[in-house]
Design a protein around this ligand. Structure first.
Ligand code: DC
Length: 234
């Protein structure tokens, strides 16, 4: 192992609220480490998209759980998501899918149906998983855990820019309202709510550049990596 290089095989968990910069930094961190990036929110989004298409009520936990359990979800290179063989990577980023994903993720049936898949995707290590409950529920014994936060304003601003890059133009106040609403849903739900694991490193990314955040995370993974022998992580 070269000096300063992360050990292969670690499980890195990155949790945090919508717009905390998780996706961008997780992607870049995984490239730097040579790890696989697993965006678990994309799984909830794909199920939400399918529920909308099929007209399944977003309050029907049992039906949504069955939908999640019977759907085939796969990741391809460059963070592409396949749902039953169909590339839904662009469709799942629509604002209405964001809200629907937050709603369906409150159902225990849906969470349970997606839990096994997330563990299978990550158990071999060499992965950076991002989500809301990776460090608390999916991999409570992940080798390194981060919890990213940022002010509501800065998260809404990032979201507006992200959407604009994809050709969707929304009013800042409207996006801010959505961010606050999603936060409330994600943190107040009864099952696996968004919260920082006791042993997670919290980083407030407000005012930090992407490069600064990635450098901080990478340094921590490299440092922690030296301390670990291979251990069970679930
Ligand atoms: O990270 P994201 O914005 O793409 O996630 C979309 C929704 O999915 C989010 O509002 C909550 C839910 N989610 C979750 O409940 N647990 C995860 N591990 C990831 C996402």
């Amino acid at each position: 192992m070269k000096k300063g290089q992360a050990r292969k095989g670690l499980i890195v968990a990155i949790d945090g609220p919508a717009g905390s910069g998780k996706s961008t930094v997780t992607h870049l961190l995984s490239l730097k480490l040579g790890y696989t990036h697993i965006d678990t929110g994309a799984l909830y989004r794909a199920i939400a998209l399918r529920a909308i298409e099929l007209g399944i009520p977003l309050a029907d936990g049992a039906a949504l759980g069955e939908l999640a359990a019977s759907s085939k979800l796969e990741f391809r290179e460059r963070d592409q998501v396949l749902l039953d063989g169909r590339n839904v990577s662009a469709l799942i980023r629509a604002p209405e899918v964001s809200m629907a994903a937050s709603r369906i993720s409150a159902h225990p049936e849906v969470r349970l149906a997606l839990l096994g898949l997330q563990r299978r995707l990550g158990e071999k290590g060499g992965v950076v998983l991002e989500g809301r409950d990776i460090g608390t529920v999916v991999f409570p014994r992940a080798h390194v855990k981060f919890f990213l936060t940022a002010s509501v304003e800065s998260r809404a601003r990032r979201r507006v820019i992200e959407l604009e890059e994809k050709g969707t133009y929304l009013d800042f106040e409207e996006v801010k309202k959505q961010v606050v609403e999603r936060d409330r849903g994600d943190t107040e739900r009864k099952v696996a709510p968004l919260r920082r694991a006791d042993d997670a490193i919290e980083i407030d990314t407000t005012g930090m550049t992407v490069e600064e955040v990635v450098a901080r995370l990478e340094a921590e993974v490299v440092r922690r990596g030296k301390d670990f022998a291979s251990a069970s992580t679930t």
